[in-house]
Design a protein around this ligand. Structure first.
Ligand code: HEC
Length: 110
């Protein structure tokens, strides 16, 4: 294999790893933040919310960057998007899933 080919392969791998989604992993501090709006929210809830966000919210447009939208904006965006997701695959996102997704995007702000 020529050096040029090796270089190209390395470049492609580099690009692939950069574009892979890297969502912030929730911590207990995020759960404490979430509890202000969602009484009783746990770290497990927010972690589930992250998983649901990855599962249901990227098929149409990729994962939107959480911090590109204010907390207030997320409160109005999420219900409409859940509706979009459920039109595409009926009943795929439950009311509880919606709540957990909202918890993730509004409490993990880094
Ligand atoms: C069935 C397709 C579809 C699914 C599934 C979907 N969206 Fe969207 N979403 C759209 C379209 C279409 C737009 C408008 C074009 C754009 O901004 O990419 C949009 C826009 C957005 C925006 C930008 C809103 C704005 O005002 O700028 C956000 C944030 C968003 N979606 C979040 C989500 C979240 C969270 C989920 C999961 C609950 C989700 N989307 C699932 C189709 C979808």
């Amino acid at each position: 294999m020529t050096m040029k080919k090796i270089y190209i392969i390395a470049l492609v791998i580099g690009i692939a790893s950069c574009t892979a989604s890297k969502l912030t992993v929730p911590t207990q501090a995020d759960a404490d933040e979430a509890q202000k709006t969602f009484p009783g929210a746990t770290l497990a809830d927010i972690s589930n919310g992250k998983g649901l966000y990855e599962q249901h919210c990227q098929s149409c447009h990729g994962l939107k960057t959480v911090t590109d939208y204010s907390v207030q904006a997320w409160h109005s965006i999420v219900p409409g998007m859940v509706q979009q997701a459920n039109e595409k695959s009926p009943n795929s996102v439950s009311e509880n899933d919606e709540r957990l997704i909202l918890m993730y995007v509004t409490s993990v702000r880094r």
